[in-house]
Design a protein around this ligand. Sequence first.
Ligand code: GDD
Ligand code: MG
Length: 400
Amino acid sequence: MKIEIPRDCDRLGGVQIYGLQKVYELDSGGNFGKENNTHNNVIRSIPSEALYERQKNMAIVVPVKNERLKLIEGVLVGIPHPCQIIVVSNSPRGPVDRFQIEKEAITNFCKFTNKRVTVVHQKDAALAKAIELAGYGELLGDDGLVRSGKAEGMIMGTLLARWLNNKYIGFVDSDNYFPGAVHEYVQEYAAGFEMFDTDSTFVRISWNSKPKVMENSLFFAKWGRSSVHSNKTLNLLLSYFSGYETEVVKTGNAGEHALTVDLALNIEYAAGYAVETHHFVNIIESWGGVLPPKDNVDQRDKVTICQIESRNPHLHESKGDEHVEDMIDASLSVIYNSPLCPELLKREIAEDRAKRMNLAEAEPIAPVKIYSNLNNLNLDVFLEHCEAAFASNTESLSLV
Ligand code: GDD
Ligand code: MG
């Protein structure tokens, strides 16, 4: 892959946020043509072998809730072979058992591909027990099972990635129409880890375009409606601390992202769709040097956030306007309710929201549920019970 080095870097304490990097060639060749692997001052050429080496230690988590089987299969087709795939499904078990159907389809797919896939249901009782025994009961609802929501599925996926001994974890949504786009995201995750080889690297993807039909022709929109709000507000937050206006953040709520498992196990998770924006906020809270260090958070020399602009158009299932509004609200809530957020920015967020929602006046924004730092979970206890769950009473399954 040929990829430009980042032009900008904003720093806040130990957090380095690199500006968006463009990809110039999806495949720039392998190790064989040495002349093609040269670095020049602005472009880095990463041989495909190097990407595959990273992917051998990478789990890709695919969250699923009621998606069409053809879409899920297309996503699996796009994930490069060396990766460990972890499907976390929250599809209904009745009256029709969608999860059973998904498992059958994935098992069949694996016969043809020999891919390494683990499939779990979010409401798996044995895995919920392992999480409870490990002291992270906050993830469970009144029924003793993991709560519903994308973030909750991501936490399960993160724990399983660790159980399967991966160094990196990436996420791709299961409602993507283009296997080629999925393939590109995972190649870019690997490129990010290759360029920034630290224990605390976070790679986030910004789609180059999102096709829409407008007046009978295709229009390639640059920004999603929800990302406009989260990017702008995160940039205002950074500007407040640095004193310089910035536009460095382009991936505030990027659903397509990857990070080292080490970092994933040392951050907080906001419930549902606030999760990605909260990752940004929480990393600044923990290592930005603005708030006093928290006792339970490891201090780190640096946390590197790298942002890559993908080339394929991103086309996924359309889930309606109300869903987008909820997502904007959840994203802004985590910034608004962060101890980092200055009064001035709080007022601005509340006033913008009042305009967007036609409210008579600005109102405070209710907090969303935040799961505490995942390092509060006793990993050894979880791993032991997870092993036992897969050996005996779980309905989840691991395929070659
Ligand atoms: N396991 C699990 N559990 N998966 C879920 C759940 C759940 O409760 N709810 C949704 N999913 C899956 C969906 O099947 C899909 O694959 C993925 O999570 C994303 O859900 P969508 O409903 O398609 O979200 P979106 O497309 O509106 O938003 C995406 O992009 C945003 C950035 O624009 C998500 O990735 C957001 O998290 C992201 O912020
Ligand atoms: Mg979607």
